[in-house]
Structure formats: C-alpha cells, structure tokens
Design a protein around this ligand. Structure first.
Ligand code: OVM
Length: 396
C-alpha cells in the first residue's frame, strides 16, 4: 500500500514552513500519494535522484507541472528544453550547452564582477535597503539581460513572467490566478524580446539565433529557446541570491568566515542553493509501469519530485538544516541532475560567487531590520522582501 498523506504542497501554510511536511513524506515511504491532487510524490534523496537520472521511465514531455499535456492543453507553448525528452531534447540541449558553455560564461566575469562591486558599494552608501528588491533582484536584472543582449526597456517584466511560469507548474490555485491576472502585456513583451531583431548581435540570444543560419534550427525553435533563457534565467538566480544573503544574515559566523576568506564565496552560494532549494519541485510522468521501493506505479502517472526535501534528507546529509560552507554538498539536487540538470548553473554560480565575493571584501555586518516576507509561488522558494542594514568594512 502506498501511504496517502493529507498534505497540500501548494498552499500558504505549506510554503510558510514546508519542513515538517517534507519530513512526514520522507518518513512515510519512498513514494507517497497526495489524494488532494491525485498525484504521487517522492521526497527522499535517493528516490528523487534516481528519478532525475531515469528520463526513459520518467518523462518530461508530458509537462513538468501537475498538468498532463497528454490530457490538457499546455498553458503556454511547451519549452523545447524543459518539457521534452530525447531525441528532441538532445538536439536543443546541445545547442544551449554550447551557448552557455564555461568559456562563454568566463568571458562575462570582468563585467559581472564590476557590476557586483558597484552594486554593493551603492548599497553600502544607502545602508538600509530591501535585500530582495535592491540586491537579489537588482543584480540579475542588470547583468543577465545584458548578457542575453536585450534592450534596457521593461526588463523588470522578466520577474512577473518568471512568477507566472513557475506558478503554472502547480494547480490552478489563487497563486497562479493572481500571477496571470495581467499577463497579456508581459506575454507579448516576452514574445517580442525572443525575436532575433530584438537582440544585440553579440549576446546569448544572438548565439541561439545563429543556429538558424545553418538550417539546424528553425526561427520558431530559436525563439522558443530564447524564451527559455528569459523564463529560467532571472527568478531562479534572484531566489538563490536572496537565500544566500538570508543565510549570511542569520549565520553571522558564516559571514565572518567569508570575510576572512573571500574565496569561500562560491561555496557559500552553493550551500545556500543546497539549503534553500530555490526550485523546490518538478513533476515527471511515468512512461511505463515502474517500481519504487515495493510499490508499483502504472504508466501515465504524475510524480512530484521534492528537490528541497531531498536536499534536507537526514538519510543523506549530516545536520541538514545548517548553513555550513565547509560541507561537502556535491551531489545535491538544487540544480537538478541528469539530462535536465540546470543548463544555466555555470552562469548562476558566477553571479552568486561575484556578489558574495563583493560582500566578503566590502561588508562588515548584515542585520535583519524587519519581518522578512515570503513570496508564495507553486515552484519557487523565495522572499518578497527582506529589510536589512549593511555596514561597510574598514578600508584596507
Ligand atoms: C524553459 C524553462 C522554464 C522554467 C524553468 C526552467 C528551471 C526552464 O522555458 O525552458 O528550468
């Protein structure tokens, strides 16, 4: 018998404190049933990881949200990257791997570092600010659209767009309805920004469109792949940076260690992604009858993978609720893993490293000045606001 649990993983109470429910699901068995939505779920590290690795049994092509594309019309034109299986996925992923290659990302280091330093300098002049709006959102909203090759106008539209798409992976609840209420201008803007003519000749966008010149990709395909960048490239990093700042504010000894050794910046960002798991969940759909533990799921079953619960599974991690930059967190699933593992992770890690390195060199203290407010989203874990005061380190 697959244990049935009365848990709603898409409601405000759950988002306010998902950890007791994560533990209940992990403890109930390798796979559980959530009757509220008629879905199955895995929350243990080993089972989440195994599912991410087995794309042949667990398909993405029927959608990685609760909606089954075999039964319902997708909310938007499906992604050619996220919502596909091999062999189509191999073709699109190969292009995106090339566009976002370590060498391509390395070329951005100097300009991204300058932007991080100048942002932290400005924030230190202000002293008190909102770490979500003024730091975690401000930084990716500058450097990422620049790297894609977007014009300066309306870049903030990327935030409501991401909020819509990441809500759309859950049920049609009030979070989704609110996010899509005024969608039209944002959707039109995203579509227009995905076109070759809207992008500069040098960025990631142009690199994707260049693949149409050889006939390997159609213009329509290139536009949907640019849309993947615009969808997945900002909100995710915003919530990763927010998690990192929140960790440093709550664990002052970690900030001391980071200040003493700024080369820990990369480890600090990785640990924050591990601990907070900005992308909390994705679904798969079984392509055949599968066995998990002693249980069988029939073909066509939606299974929810709790990445955030896997990253805090005490079966896998020591002191799984602590922020510890010395932890060996390799193998965490905060960026997923397998063929769909985050294609932008190299870029996200660069952004995280550079912001935290600037903080390490310039900031003496980070103090939380008011009640942090959570941002409720069916997929993303993050905050709407985090009022802080930062003081400057003595000049060296
Ligand atoms: C995409 C896409 C959308 C949302 C998330 C994502 C985390 C990718 O459009 O390809 O990856």
């Amino acid at each position: 018998m697959i244990p049935a649990l009365d848990i709603d993983p898409f409601c405000q109470d759950f988002f306010d404190d998902p950890y007791p429910a994560h533990a209940a699901m992990r403890d109930a068995g390798p796979v559980v049933y959530l009757p509220r939505y008629g879905i199955h779920a895995v929350a243990r590290y080993d089972d989440v990881r195994a599912m991410l690795m087995d794309w042949g049994s667990y398909s993405s092509a029927r959608g990685v949200g609760i909606s089954d594309f075999a039964k319902e019309k997708p909310w938007r034109l499906p992604s050619l990257l996220l919502e596909t299986d091999p062999p189509l996925h191999d073709r699109t992923r190969k292009l995106m791997d090339k566009v976002l290659s370590p060498a391509a990302v390395r070329a951005l280091r100097q300009s991204f570092a300058a932007a991080a330093d100048s942002l932290i300098d400005d924030l230190l002049v202000r002293g008190s600010f909102d770490a979500v709006r003024d730091l975690a959102e401000a930084y990716p909203l500058t450097v990422f659209p620049d790297a894609v090759g977007m014009p300066p106008e309306n870049r903030r539209f990327l935030l409501p767009y991401g909020n819509m798409v990441f809500n759309s992976f859950g049920p049609r609840n009030s979070f989704f309805e609110t996010a899509v209420a005024d969608a039209e201008p944002v959707l039109a803007w995203v579509q227009a920004q995905s076109k070759r003519e809207a992008l500069t000749a040098s960025g990631f966008g142009a690199a994707i469109h260049a693949a149409t010149d050889t006939g390997e990709f159609t213009t329509a395909e290139a536009e949907v792949l640019v849309r993947s960048l615009l969808t997945a490239g900002v909100d995710t990093t915003v919530n990763g940076l927010c998690a990192a700042v929140y960790c440093l504010a709550r664990f002052p000894t970690a900030l001391e260690q980071l200040r003493a050794d700024p080369s820990l910046a990369r480890a600090a960002f990785e640990e924050a992604v591990w601990l907070e798991s900005p992308v909390q969940t994705f679904f798969r759909t079984t392509t055949r009858d599968v066995t998990i533990g002693d249980e069988t799921l029939s073909e066509g079953t939606k299974v929810l993978m709790f990445l955030g619960a896997a990253n805090r599974d005490p079966r896998r991690w020591d002191h799984p609720d602590d922020f510890d930059m010395a932890r060996r967190n390799a193998g965490h699933v905060g960026f997923g893993t397998g063929i769909h593992g985050c294609v932008g992770a190299v870029l996200a890690r660069l952004e995280g490293e550079l912001v935290l390195n600037a903080i390490a060199r310039k900031v003496a203290s980070i103090e939380i000045m008011g009640e942090p407010k959570r941002r409720y989203n069916n997929t993303l874990r993050g905050m709407a606001s985090l009022p802080v005061r930062m003081t400057a380190a003595a000049e060296t």
